[in-house]
Design a protein around this ligand. Sequence first.
Ligand SMILES: O=C(O)CCC(=O)C(=O)O
Ligand SMILES: [Fe+2]
Length: 277
Amino acid sequence: MRTDVTDAEIDHYRRDGYLVVEDLLTPAETAELKEAVLTTAAGYGNRRIINSDLEMNDKEDHYSSVFRQRLNLWKVNPTVKRYMMGTEMGRLVERLTGVRQRIWHDQMLEKRAWGNPTAWHLDNPYWSFSSFDAISVWIALEDATLANGCMWYLPGSHRLARHDRNVGIGQDLGGLFKAYPEMLNSAQPVAAPLRAGSCGFHNGLTAHGAGANMTAGNRTAMTCGYMPAGSTYNGIRNILSKERFERLKVGDSLDDDTDNPLVGTGGSVGGTSAPGT
Ligand SMILES: O=C(O)CCC(=O)C(=O)O
Ligand SMILES: [Fe+2]
């Protein structure tokens, strides 16, 4: 697994709000992560989240045909945990954003054969904190192409976006641009086809979406959203448990080492606990 990014990559990420990293994982690592993700997801049945009092199940609706979504695999599978919040990922997300990060939630996103496009949206406004430094990673577990629904990013949109303005991932592919007319002609959207094992990082306020899956195969990705350490509760429940939701008051710290551990504390893909040991 790549363990660092260059200064030029950091500049690109901060300027454009996203960064493609080719070959984040070796083919053997990609195979290991894919196996762990698919096996874990199979244990969810039709639930989108497990070990939670939230009721989130697949339905026969548009959203369920955008992707099959399975959250918080890191909580039940140690291999997924090493990749999504181990020392390697910890260094990458901290170098890109300049701040320490905690895990918010991971998710497998499987856009199945003939899956609907993923409407343009922002991530951070869904979450229970508001930050300009939230970051997500999107790792291709099989080749993501223009044909099967790779990701698209709108460069620089993280500087135009606001925490209190977003649209749901609904049927209106470009609904976001009704909320943000100033984004319409701000830049050309960039497609990010990725070989399996490559990834894209994006800021929690960067506009992004994905095309339809026009093929008979799956487009499976493992993704994770990270929350800057020190973030506070903004009143949005998102995936907070009932107990936590009822206890939290706006402004309370979300630094919780059980639900949201620091990234970098989840072991190491390389198998050593620290460089040089
Ligand atoms: O995989 C997709 O279609 C969308 C992914 C996404 O929105 C994300 O990772 O934030
Ligand atoms: Fe997203």
